[in-house]
Design a protein around this ligand. Sequence first.
Ligand code: HEM
Length: 378
Amino acid sequence: MTTTLFLHSRITDPYPMYHRRLAESPVYWDADAQLWAIYSYRYCQSVLANPAALIPTLPDAGPSVGDRILPNNLLAIRNNLVRLSNPPDHDIARQITAGLFRQMSPVPIGPLVDRLLAAIPRGEPFDWVSSVCRKLPVSYILSSFGFSSEDEDFILARMPLLLSIMQPAIPDGQHTAVHQSCIEVYARMEQHWAGRTTFHNGMLAYTISNLLGLLIQSYDAGRGILTNALRRLIHEGGSGHPMIGDPSFFSKFVTEVLRYDPPVHHTRRVAARDFDLDSRLIKEGQPLLIVVAAANRDKHTFSAPAAFDIHRSNNHDLLTFGYGPHTCLAATFSIRMTADTLSHLMRSFKDIRVEESQLEFEPLINVRLLRRMMITLS
Ligand code: HEM
């Protein structure tokens, strides 16, 4: 049995294991899982910056709809995604996705949060994850591109199916529904952009595919930071926190949550050719697991790494958003969205309680995401 890969739903606290590996074997060959697991800050950073360490290809997603790979097919969308591409395709996909972020208009988060909370009775427990966190990042992105609230509802309803675009396999029995959702959502987006922008050949397909990618990543990682940050803020005193009035408080706070308790624990690479790491030979074709959550607790980079400390001067050096050519394009976006949400909640409610006894984690390996977080607002 390997302790390198585990379901977060089964582990109360992965950090003691990360701590042991950091001390004893920062570059660890797991013979059961047949992969290298990298724990230290220095070696995680080195692999993420290494052009010989590539993003692994996802297995074939099964038959597409129709005989040809049309732009709205799952496979075509997947092939365009910056998050899954390697050089030389990665460059163009990254430029187009960075351009998407530049096109987003600022949207105040307060009214979006209030709309999601409108039907929630005050003083009664409700699930923060399903009521707000699974919807807010997607709504925020779509609103900032000027999509109508009808489009937003249509796309949000299909998000659980669209997640398959970035997953290794489509769940049994969902093939038709997943492909259908890709086609329908693609068509909505195409219609939204018709007449507004002139795209060169192929650019529209890249743009829509990567907007879909952003929605998928915000649906998962975005909800993770919204839950972890609120939970930690309540733990640290909520609106009674001594720094709450400081204009930079919320972004500093969210940054430290992302270092200390990140939603994404690791990412993967595969060696495109042999290379050395910590005097070990990584052979061509071997998979690598880059455990950024462990690197964030490396004492050689962060002083007293197990302490939650928003005043540490280098918290922004966290590896939670990756490093190198694939660094997350949404780091600033994610911190701002979360900081603004926390600030809005603190202004709107006198008392926020989190039911710590009822927390449940998703049965997933690479991300530590709360499946349910019961809270009460009054
Ligand atoms: C707290 C939330 C988030 C975390 C922890 C996170 C983490 C990461 C990490 C670790 C990577 C690099 C993966 C690798 O190198 O293998 C990445 C890439 C990426 N992230 Fe995020 N992310 C977050 C939120 C988001 C959101 C909300 C979006 C979209 C709106 C997003 C969009 C992207 C994109 C497009 C890439 C690929 C960049 C590239 O490959 O060039 N991320 N993210």
